[in-house]
Every structure is written in structure tokens, then in C-alpha cells.
Design a protein around this ligand. Structure first.
Ligand SMILES: Nc1ncnc2c1ncn2[C@@H]1O[C@H](COP(=O)(O)OP(=O)(O)OP(=O)(O)O)[C@@H](O)[C@H]1O
Ligand SMILES: Nc1nc(=O)c2ncn([C@H]3C[C@H](O)[C@@H](CO)O3)c2[nH]1
Length: 213
């Protein structure tokens, strides 16, 4: 299983499609447009942060179990980032200490079940998409989900800076599998064919090193 990570709008879903098509495997996407809790969360984060987190955790767990069924399936966000998102929201006063405790214990408990689900626990490779604030905003604006647009809710600027500011440390601390970073400011794998080929080649090389290609 290949897992992608990175900020909102970095390009994970786009790259998940490209990589899975390239390898002839399946992509598993985060549930967004048909997620009933996401718009509630953006409208009232304090009220819905915990519910959204449980929603994502449940869906992510189901996707991981399916993705582990064959080699080199691609997951468009890691379960490890869900926890990062929640802790940042908690630090912003959107979850109580008790909610954080329940979430952390539930996550630990669920992670212990993963090896039994498919005899292995960690992804084969993490591909992290690094993105600047400006580039991320460009993507968010291009996609146009109204609840993600800072012009509709200026408090999102702080939220996005908080998330982005914690990702470097999150990536440095990630130790569950081999990992690699791709800069979305340097490589435009959506619109530029040459960049796309280069990014796919970098991922192929890493998978060969790992022995899974
Ligand atoms: N390199 C790129 N060049 C141009 N547009 C891009 C690029 N990468 C992503 N986009 C566009 O930015 C938007 C967000 O991309 P995508 O949905 O793949 O991001 P994501 O990381 O999966 O986001 P989220 O975390 O919110 O699910 C889409 O409209 C996509 O077409
Ligand atoms: N609060 C919160 N916790 C998560 O674990 C999480 N994972 C994704 N998201 C939000 C970001 C995008 O708007 C949208 C698509 O990634 O969903 C999250 N929000």
C-alpha cells in the first residue's frame, strides 16, 4: 500500500489517480463531497470537530483494510495525519481534553487491529506532498469548495497556517515506513507532462528500492 500525505489541496487525490493508473492498482479516496459532517465542521468547528474526526477515522480504517488487499494500492491520505488534524483542532480549543483522550485511545486500539486484518500494519511507502501556502491556496481556489475558501471565512487563514506549520515536524517524525517528499511548487504533475513523468519515476525508484515493484 502506498500512502499519500500533505496539506488540504496539495494534490493528493490527483496524484493518487495518476499513481494508481500508472501501476495498474486501485486508488482509495477520502470521502469529501458526500461527507455529511464536513460542511457542519467548517460552519461550526467547535461543535463538530470530534464528530468529524470519528467520521474520518471510521472511513479511513475501512479504506485501509480494503487497500491492503492487493499490493501497491494507493490511499490519498494517511491515518497518521487524521490525528495531526485533530490535535491541531484541539490546540485551537475545538475539542475537550476528554474528547482527545477518547480519540487517542480509540486510534491506538484500532491500529492494533490492523495487522490482524491483513498481516501487516504499516504502508510500504509514504509519499508526502510538500506545498507552500500560496500554492495550496491556488489549488483550493481552483477546486472551489465554498466552505474551504478564506474569502468566505477569514478564520481559515489561521487554520491553514497552523496546519501547514506543523507538517514539516510531522514528516520528520514519521517513522512507520520508507518515505519520500515531492514539492508541489517544483513539480506540476497535474498540468505538465514532463513533471508528471518525473514524479512517477521518482516513486517507481523508491518502490524498487523497497522491493515492491
Ligand atoms: N500540480 C497542480 N497543478 C495544478 N492544479 C493542481 C495541481 N495539483 C492539484 N491541483 C488542483 O488543485 C485542486 C486540489 O487538488 P486535490 O483534490 O488533488 O488535492 P488534495 O490534496 O487531494 O486535497 P484534499 O486534502 O482537500 O482532499 C484540484 O482542483 C486539482 O486539480
Ligand atoms: N478536521 C479535520 N480532520 C481530519 O482528520 C481531516 N481529514 C480531512 N479533513 C478535511 C480537510 C479538507 O477540507 C477535506 C478533504 O481533505 O477534509 C479533515 N478535517
Amino acid at each position: 500500500m502506498i500512502v499519500l500525505s500533505g496539506m488540504i489541496g496539495a494534490g493528493k487525490s490527483s496524484l493518487a489517480t495518476l499513481v494508481s493508473e500508472h501501476l495498474g492498482t486501485k486508488a482509495f479516496y477520502e470521502q469529501v463531497d458526500d461527507n455529511p459532517v464536513l460542511p457542519l465542521f467548517y460552519a461550526d468547528p467547535k461543535k463538530y470537530a470530534f464528530l468529524l474526526q470519528i467520521y474520518f477515522l471510521n472511513k479511513r480504517f475501512a479504506s485501509i483494510k480494503q487497500a491492503l488487499a492487493d499490493d501497491n494500492n494507493v490511499l490519498d491520505r494517511s491515518i497518521y495525519e487524521d490525528s495531526l488534524f485533530f490535535h491541531i483542532n484541539a490546540d485551537m480549543g475545538r475539542a475537550t481534553d476528554q474528547e482527545v483522550k477518547v480519540y487517542d485511545e480509540l486510534l491506538d486500539n484500532m491500529m492494533e487491529e490492523l495487522p490482524y486484518a491483513a498481516h501487516k500494519k504499516a504502508p510500504d511507502l509514504l509519499v508526502h506532498l510538500d506545498v507552500s501556502y500560496d500554492k495550496m491556496l491556488e489549488h483550493i481556489q481552483k477546486r472551489g469548495r465554498s466552505y474551504e475558501l478564506p474569502e468566505n471565512d477569514p478564520s481559515l487563514i489561521d487554520y491553514y497556517h497552523n496546519l501547514l506549520g506543523r507538517y514539516d515536524q510531522w514528516y520528520a517524525d514519521y517513522h512507520y515506513s520508507p518515505k519520500m517528499k515531492i514539492s508541489c511548487d517544483e513539480y506540476d504533475f497535474v498540468e505538465n507532462e514532463h513533471d508528471r513523468a518525473k514524479v512517477l519515476k521518482l516513486i517507481d525508484e523508491k518502490l524498487k528500492e523497497r522491493g515492491t515493484l
